[in-house]
Write a protein that binds this ligand. Sequence first.
Ligand code: SF4
Length: 113
Amino acid sequence: MKEKYPVVEKNVSGRYYVDESCIYCEYCVENASGNFTHDPKNRFAYISKQPENDIERQQISKSIEGCPTKSIHDTHEPAKGWRSSLGLDESTTPTSIGGGVMQIITGWFRKKK
Ligand code: SF4
């Protein structure tokens, strides 16, 4: 199992992050330039923007697979706003999914009007 390294401080908060085992090969920056940036001073790459769509998530997944040091991590946290993208209230939780389904249905009917 890989030793645990500190998280690169410049990562923007969210689902993905880079740790300090990064060897600055720049693969991820070339592969997903919209989400990774390199820090030439400290010689790390970091997540400069969390993905906002499936294409960006796929590019990050490819970077995770290709990272030679396995320095890119996926916390599998749902992206902020996933509830509103489904038409759900942000307070909806898995335990209130029944209420969430009702929100989707009523939201759908409101859009139909
Ligand atoms: S692919 Fe991995 S080692 Fe290479 S720059 Fe990105 S995080 Fe660092």
